[in-house]
Design a protein around this ligand. Structure first.
Ligand code: SF4
Length: 258
């Protein structure tokens, strides 16, 4: 696969529920069409030319060397390290990426650093070999395969994602689900409950609305929709003692649909 070299790797993310993060790949073959915020930023700052360029991932070949240099520098400030916010650590069809992601996690694990991972691919079973205080997660905003084919065209099927997560859970790992960016009914008409039922028992759920898509504002009362869906999720999690995070600007009490 294509590779690049970087000058730095580890940094503190601006994502509201994150701490430090690593993105050891430029681009993402999953090619999500919500649109993908990471793609929009990469194109805006000239890191990729266009969508075709974005879905040709480039692995950061010196990622492990950088990590070993940077960990001592940030060690006392790190609460956790997340893989990844601007790419996918377990990209479908790229074993080299999975291998490097596992190598990064192995190193962090050996240093006693808590990790989390999030994928629209398949969580590898090798994650069960690490200490059990990490969090392994999948992204799941629908169970509708037609939606997946249109909006997450090169990702793993929903069933594969869910099964890989459940298998890790059965082996004692902590698991989580990102239900973000959740689409409005005019994009896919669905209920939240079957999605929640499909994931079963997890340690944490993150929920957030869809941004940067003009169809959202065409949905009548979209803010009411997000308010009520987020409240359903809060009730669901509260009843089952599941930790949850509702992303900023998902719930708006002064509902003006702005
Ligand atoms: S999996 Fe994540 S990083 Fe990759 S294209 Fe989809 S939203 Fe973007």
């Amino acid at each position: 696969m294509l590779t690049i070299k970087r000058k730095s790797l580890l940094y503190r993310t601006g994502v509201e529920y994150g701490d430090f993060t690593i993105n050891h790949v430029l681009g993402c073959s999953h090619g999500c069409m919500y649109p993908c915020y990471a793609f929009m930023m990469a194109r805006r700052f000239g890191r990729v030319r266009d969508y075709a360029d974005w879905i040709q991932p480039r692995l950061v070949e010196n990622a492990i060397d950088l990590l070993k240099k940077e960990i001592p520098k940030y060690r006392n400030r790190i609460k956790s390290v997340h893989l990844c916010f601007t790419t996918d650590p377990f990209m479908v069809g790229y074993p080299e990426i999975q291998e490097m992601s596992l190598e990064i996690i192995r190193y962090l694990d050996s240093q006693g650093i808590i990790c989390s991972a999030l994928t629209k691919g398949i969580l590898p079973i090798q994650l069960a070999d690490f200490r059990k205080n990490h969090h392994w997660g999948i992204s799941l905003v629908s169970l509708n395969d037609e939606f997946r084919k249109s909006y997450e065209p090169f990702s793993a099927s929903y069933n594969e994602r869910i099964s890989s997560m459940k298998e890790l859970r059965s082996l004692g790992c902590k698991t989580w689900v990102s239900i973000e960016p959740y689409p409005t009914p005019n994009i896919v008409n669905q209920r939240l409950e079957p999605i929640l039922d499909s994931i079963g028992s997890v340690d944490k759920i993150v929920f957030g609305r869809l941004h940067y898509n003009s169809l959202v504002s065409k949905q009548a009362d979209f803010q009411d929709f997000y308010n009520s869906t987020a409240n359903k999720l809060i009730n669901y999690c509260t009843k089952r003692c599941i930790d949850y995070h509702i992303k900023h600007k998902t719930i708006c009490v002064d509902s003006t649909n702005a």
